[in-house]
Design a protein around this ligand. Structure first.
Ligand SMILES: Nc1nc2c(ncn2[C@@H]2O[C@H](COP(=O)(O)OP(=O)(O)OP(=O)(O)O)[C@@H](O)[C@H]2O)c(=O)[nH]1
Length: 403
């Protein structure tokens, strides 16, 4: 008996364009489609993996560095092998690339995997409508990424005027002739756009991607080698970027942290993570996202057993890692204060600066995480720290997927 090969879809797009948001949307609205997710974080604190965990039928994190730089593809091969084994009953596997990955290299890794249970299922390139014009001026490679995509999602359409969105659509259609380009807010695309395509017979776009890949193979091999050597001239997007991690068990001071964020240096393009404001809001942690000039906090319930901790990843070009770490350390609350639930916040208005950056829940009417923090009557969110899997992977938990 032959079984159908499982399509492996690559989800790419520049830093902060909305890949994880789109992936979470797919996971929530997939109906009966069983989705395996592979998440590749650029930093060693795996924020994306934490955000996706618990929603995928199986999630594997391949963190700390771009997958596209792995000279040895065995990690990805092993993960695909695990997710594609018949007993996992996956319908599709989505590989979320890091925001600095070279999609061609990832595609090549999938095409060359030799695993008979999988088939390359196409490249979905997510584009940040609010930032694309600026980022493609800095990184012309992004034009090439759009050009080899099988589907381009012009995300964050809510952040640009209609006329600007139309201009961007025209630009993307020019960069990716014949490729569907759809607009979206918060990654809300029809899952069938991604999952049905691979079932079509030998899609022309897949062929196009393949031809392109063969043409670029030599160039890419050179780039990979340079990337692996760390000479910074590999042509990979991330050659110019650095990731800085910050963790603190001492709560952050809301005023000092917002002052730091408001004055963040130009090169610091992306910040993501979770913040503990201690007595500022003992019930909730705050997801924080900065993308270019955009800054948002999202209050989320703490898991019952989740350690109260701040974990941040900062990604930028030309940034001074030590001074960023020092500035964040200085934005902690007074370390002399007694820890524990009885702590009093000496600054009752401290959180006002944070709340300025909290989303209007109406903007994200389909995001259940927002609903979870609407009020005390709401159902309690699943506690990722009390489930068996890594970062709260839901049942059935398979220890083979732990990394
Ligand atoms: N206004 C608006 N914000 C969005 C939209 N999609 C995503 N965001 C926000 O943009 C920020 C980054 O989104 P992510 O989904 O984490 O982006 P990403 O591409 O996975 O980020 P990296 O993995 O760091 O490259 C988050 O604060 C999202 O809530 C959108 O359509 N509109």
């Amino acid at each position: 008996m032959t079984t159908r090969a499982i399509p492996v879809v690559v989800l790419a797009g520049f830093l902060g364009s909305g890949k994880t948001t789109l992936l979470n949307h797919l996971l929530r609205s997939s109906g009966g489609t069983r989705i395996g997710a592979v998440v590749n974080d650029f930093g060693s604190i795996e924020i994306d993996a934490m955000t996706v965990a618990g929603q995928a039928d199986a999630m594997v994190s391949l963190g700390d560095g771009c997958l596209c730089c792995a000279v040895d593809t065995s990690d990805l091969d092993e993960v695909l092998e695990t997710l594609a084994r018949p007993s996992a009953r996956m319908d599709v596997i989505v590989v979320e690339a890091s925001g600095l990955a070279e999609p061609e290299t990832l595609i090549r890794m999938i095409l060359g995997s030799g695993n008979p249970h999988i088939v390359y299922g196409g490249l979905v390139e997510v584009v940040d409508a609010a930032e694309f014009t600026r980022t493609r001026a800095r990184h012309p490679e992004l034009d090439r990424h759009a050009g080899i995509a099988d589907l381009v999602v012009l995300n964050k359409a809510d952040r640009v005027a209609e006329g600007d969105a139309a201009g961007l659509l025209a630009t993307l259609s020019r960069l990716a002739p014949g490729t569907p380009v759809v607009t979206a807010a918060y990654g809300r695309v029809d899952p069938e756009l991604l999952f049905d395509r691979p079932r079509r017979e030998r899609p022309a776009v897949e062929q196009l991607s393949f031809d392109q890949l063969v043409r670029d193979e030599h160039e890419a091999r050179e780039a990979e080698r340079a990337c692996a050597d760390g000479d910074g001239h590999g042509g990979h997007l991330h050659a110019a970027y650095e990731s800085v991690e910050f963790t603190s068990d001492e709560p952050m001071d809301p005023r000092r942290l917002t002052a730091f964020l408001d004055a963040r240096p130009d090169g610091l393009y992306r910040i993501k993570g979770f913040v503990d404001f201690g007595p500022g809001d003992p019930e909730r942690k705050y997801a924080v996202h900065a993308v270019g000039g955009f800054l948002r906090f999202q209050p989320l319930p703490w898991g019952r057993t989740e350690p109260r901790r701040t974990q941040l990843v900062l990604i930028g070009a030309g940034v001074d890692a030590d001074s960023l770490r020092d500035a964040l350390a200085a934005a902690r609350s007074d370390p002399r204060r007694e820890p524990g639930p009885e702590r009093r916040d000496p600054d009752p208005y401290g959180m006002w600066g944070v709340l300025r950056y909290v989303d209007d829940p109406a903007e994200r009417d389909e995001d259940p995480q927002i609903d979870e923090v609407e009020g005390p009557e709401e159902a309690e969110a699943p506690d990722p720290y009390e489930t068996a899997g890594p970062y709260g992977t839901e049942e059935p938990y398979d220890p083979l997927l732990t990394r």
